[in-house]
Design a protein around this ligand. Sequence first.
Ligand code: IVH
Length: 666
Amino acid sequence: MDLSVKQRIDALRRELEEHNYKYYVLSAPVISDYDFDLKMKELQDLEAQCPEYADPNSPTQRVGSDINKNFEQAEHHYPMLSLSNTYSDEEVTDFYNRVQKGLNEPFDLVCELKYDGTSVSLIYENGELTQAITRGDGTRGDVVTDNARTIRSIPLKLRGTDYPEKFEIRGEILMPWDVFDALNKEREEQEESLFANPRNAASGTLKLQNASLVASRKLDSYFYYLLGEGLPAGTHVENLQHAKSWGFKVSEAVSRCETLDEVFEFIRYWDVERKNLPVATDGIVLKVNSLRQQRNLGFTAKSPRWAIAYKFQAEKALTRLNSVSFQVGRTGSVTPVANLEPVQLSGTLVRRASLHNADIINSLDLYIGDMVYVEKGGEIIPKITGVDKDVRFLLGEKVEFIQKCPECGTPLIREAGEVAYYCPNENACEPQIKGKIEHFVSRKAMDINIGTENIEHFYKAGLLRDVADLYDTKAQDIVSLEGWAEKSARNFLESIRASLKVPFERVLFALGIRYVGETVAKRLANSLHNIDHIMSANIWALMEVDEIGDRIAHSVIRYFKDEKNRKLIERLRTAGVQLAIDEKKLLEKTTKLEGLTFVISGTFSKHSRDEYKVMIEKNGGKNVAAVSSKTDYVLAGENMGPAKLEKAQKLGVKIIDENVFLQMIE
Ligand code: IVH
């Protein structure tokens, strides 16, 4: 054993964890991101060189693996119960009186914020995270340990020494508002369904099958409940203090109250102040502080007698539903929007609210003219949550999801398993045409200098019917149009020329194929190299590409089956748009791996799986998914699937790590 390497690995792990704690738990970083990355890179390299020192709780594991998996389930050692909810001061007083009667001795209550995320139970043994389980049905939950490890505020190794040998800690996994807003904005751009609130986004993310995606979603956490033998203190507040010293993120908003008045003061204060927090909260939790008293009070079948939740009133307003409009997006998805009698709600005047989809419209049983409740749960778009049927006098028309496109009259379709309706008239429906052009010219796509208004002008003048028309526009066409100065015309034409250099993966993204966002476009381009391969690929070839499932594959097939889209591609080809990945990259082909078949398994530190796939192909080798007697090598990273390992060993297939592989193609 090379002691000096092991010592360096340990030192780097300690140091990186320390910086991680300062950054994510204390929000007080002491080194630059750049220096942090350098140290992380050094650790990754050392770990790759010495796989014998692998550790699932190393800070390098926080980036997550890109292996897909189904979750195992595990039984909770202590059931994960819920709290009974209260909504008024009277109910809080009732709880207080019940506790007083039950205990018949003085007691303290602890007030905390009720974080609105998804709950998780973490198990620590000898100071290390060993398991993370979701609530599930309260008795059994999904084991999401690898995903939890990517959450930077969750300690993988504890600080200090006074923690019990084995204990459980429960808390809430949260998606901060700013991350939620950015995620939804991105999904809106891709016309993917939006998350209704940060809670759904957090629980959806924690259940993703791909830990590196989880890592990219920047979840946060707060912990509020310790369980186990030999906890350090006899009161809840003190135990929380200990948990904080071990490195857990524990809220500052924890207050020990001796009287009901203090409890109400806490409630009043946080009902207002919570709006300034970076994460969602939906109430207050009251807990008896002494663990002995908690044990005396015990549990009912569903919840503890020593705690309750007080839920904040969602901000609501009652107003009239004037009409419902249906908007058509760039990929044809149809969104229902309620037009309301303007009403004041949490400081803004609300005129429109989302009705989400046909199922929600049906469940609300809405009529035009109804008085409806509008809520702003903190989400960007207010939503209609109910109808006041008692004041339904003059009944207007029943609100029903439309059958035909409001723009072009084409009958709408709803694909199996999807909630959204689509207008299939992709190439002749006005908002779809304009939306596709807007997407094509956007910064992340072709980055062409033309704004929405000018797209409209061009459209009206009959100059723009699809994205290929952009490449046919002439200077003289433009200057004759209203609002175009010579300079902006020159800028526009210059950006058109520059767009011919935009790499293929961005062109593919720019086409606006449903579900083909930036990442998917990159994966398709790297795996299939050019538009002709993509156009002729069958469903299986497309699904071979990493992270492409049948939904995306079908959408790609459908897009290229359309003759109009094929013609469009030909016109873009004539215009000189990049329809293949860089020639030079392709020319770098060698025959070093000719005739050799590889299976890639596990996660790597030097390059991604996709990059290794490209390298194998570029050097003449072949990638296959499953190990068989025809496999020459398994390129194994960390956490290689045990089934693959066993099979490879049984068949005597050579197993190599990334360093050996890189030497092979050097
Ligand atoms: S204590 C035995 N404290 O609310 C109950 N829960 O309806 C232990 N929650 O399952 C839970 N913030 O998901 C507790 N400060 C807090 C909380 C909290 C949010 C969630 C948690 C729990 C649910 C109860």
